[in-house]
Design a protein around this ligand. Structure first.
Ligand SMILES: Cc1cc2nc3c(=O)[nH]c(=O)nc-3n(C[C@H](O)[C@H](O)[C@H](O)COP(=O)(O)OP(=O)(O)OC[C@H]3O[C@@H](n4cnc5c(N)ncnc54)[C@H](O)[C@@H]3O)c2cc1C
Length: 458
């Protein structure tokens, strides 16, 4: 393995770690560039999904002692697309993984704009076209397995152990955390990063197993991938590749965005019951095969382009969507820190769930790789993460719920009309996209300096 020279100046460390030699890969050798670290603590990441791997890459590149424990026998993601908004793109860029992700997206660069909203009803009248105030506000649609592949390519295989199902976390006499696995093995770590998703086990340590606010939202998401050509051949009129589209109507909406170089359309058709309050989580499984007739039955009132789309969802998978209510106020207890869906599962209506996870990852890895972070001050460092991340992620969580209510209240005559809906939609995107995460990073380091935990840099 190639090792990089020492970091030249302390305050340049993140830039140095993340942007040397084309994101840490030496083009001539393909080896990952790893910097020797003098950190006196070790890290275990529980869950090797999108957020777990996004965290592992910069920690590994920085030479920290990090291990990933994944439940499954190998890496894997659902065969669906994921939409990454501009804030996700900025976080991935700062994490040093964006170029690898874009390289696997079959696009030259991120160009995806926000959803264009059209009526789901016949005629598909334009409802709202968001005009961004910032032309660099672009996103990316990508096939999830391709995204995961990009992250895997940046990680040494020895970092991950598979078939490791975490069942609990305890604390040893020395203050280390002990991760217990279903195969009866254990692993000791000073810091545990819980990236084990919506059904997180690590969350049990942070909030207690009895205090999990996971609720069934009475929303079903039917998902499918469809070749764009098939939709055009069937007479589809709405352009699904220049813009992601959202067809809205009463208690139903369909979102589409292109992936795989515009060859494939990622489709999610939502069916919600907004009159029933959220109830305790459903027994598993939350994902089931479904039928086209079941789905079409919910969309009887909708227009011809929506029907063409649904006609091509031959065997949609049906997801019973869960989210937190109320959200967690704290993502940290002792040396266990929650990230991504383990911390803030939300409705997917702003396409922002994993983006919040990537923001978590950026703040956490920025702090952990700081030259002055060590075992003795880890609790202070985690306290800063816990100060900035819950308010930010939870505001997006609330915004996602609100977005779904707005989409599903549209009806040209019976409820919110075009004008009302357009006004409401105009307010929901800027707070997600234009958040200044850099300020949070500065705030965290500044607070640690003020507290005397970090020495002020000359
Ligand atoms: C229908 C739908 C559409 C969505 N669309 C978007 C979108 O377009 N854009 C967006 O930003 N977000 C979207 N989201 C949300 C997004 O999918 C999640 O926020 C994201 O997958 C969370 O990533 P994660 O790494 O936190 O968790 P996960 O992706 O769930 O990964 C968790 C990992 O941990 C492993 N694991 C679980 N339990 C254990 C254990 N006990 N021990 C060890 N390992 C374990 C799992 O095997 C998995 O590999 C959508 C969600 C849904 C339901």
């Amino acid at each position: 393995m190639t090792r990089c020279p020492p970091v030249p100046r302390a305050h340049d460390y993140l830039y140095y770690l993340l942007y040397t030699e084309a994101d840490g890969i030496f083009p001539s050798t393909g080896f990952v560039c790893v910097i020797m670290s003098n950190k006196d603590f070790n890290i275990a990441i529980v869950g090797g999904g999108l957020c777990g791997l996004a965290a592992a890459v910069p920690l590994f590149k920085a030479g920290l002692n990090v291990k990933v424990f994944e439940n499954a026998p190998g890496f894997g993601e659902v065969g669906a697309g994921v939409g990454l908004g501009p804030n996700s793109i900025r976080a991935l860029d700062a994490l040093g993984v964006l170029s690898a992700v874009v390289a696997r997206s079959e696009q030259a660069e991120p160009t995806m704009r926000v959803f264009n909203f059209v009526s789901g009803y016949e005629g598909h009248e334009e409802v709202f076209d968001y005009q961004t105030t910032n032309p660099t506000n672009v996103g990316l649609g990508i096939y999830r397995p391709a995204f995961l592949d990009a992250l895997i390519s940046l990680l040494d295989p020895s970092v991950t152990e598979f078939s490791k199902h975490c069942i609990s976390i305890t604390t040893s006499d020395t203050g280390k955390h002990i991760i217990h696995f279903a195969d009866r093995s254990t692993y000791e770590a000073d810091l545990v990063i819980g990236t084990d998703g919506i059904k997180s086990v690590t969350r049990g340590y942070v909030v207690g197993n009895e205090n999990q606010p996971l609720k069934y939202t009475h929303t079903a998401a039917y998902r499918a991938l469809v070749p764009y050509k098939d939709l055009l051949d069937a007479g589809l009129k709405t352009d699904l590749v220049t813009r992601p589209q959202c067809f809205i109507g009463l208690d139903r909406h369909v979102i589409t965005f292109p992936i795989q170089g515009n060859k494939t359309i990622n489709i999610v058709a939502f069916v919600a019951d907004h009159d029933t309050p959220w109830t305790p989580e459903l027994p598993p499984p939350w994902v089931n095969p479904s039928s086209q007739s079941e789905l079409k039955n919910y969309y009887k009132e909708f227009g011809s382009d929506v029907m063409i789309i649904l006609d091509h969802m031959k065997v949609p998978s049906k997801w019973s969507v869960h989210a937190f209510h109320p959200p967690l106020e704290s993502f940290v207890k002792d040396g266990v820190v929650l990230v991504g869906d383990a911390a803030h599962p939300m409705l997917p209506h702003l396409g922002a769930g994993v983006g919040q996870g990537f923001e978590d990852v950026l703040v956490l890895t920025h702090l952990l790789t700081h030259p002055q972070t060590k075992k003795a001050n880890l609790s202070h460092v985690l306290a800063q993460y816990n100060k900035v991340r819950p308010p930010r992620a939870n505001s997006v969580l609330h915004g996602s719920t609100r977005a779904g209510e707005i989409y599903d209240s549209f009806h040209p005559t019976a409820k919110n009309d075009v004008e009302t809906t357009a006004k409401l939609l105009n307010e929901i995107w800027e707070p997600v996209w234009n958040y200044d995460l850099k300020k949070d990073l500065e705030k965290c380091v500044g607070a640690l300096e003020e507290q005397g935990v970090f020495a002020k840099e000359a």
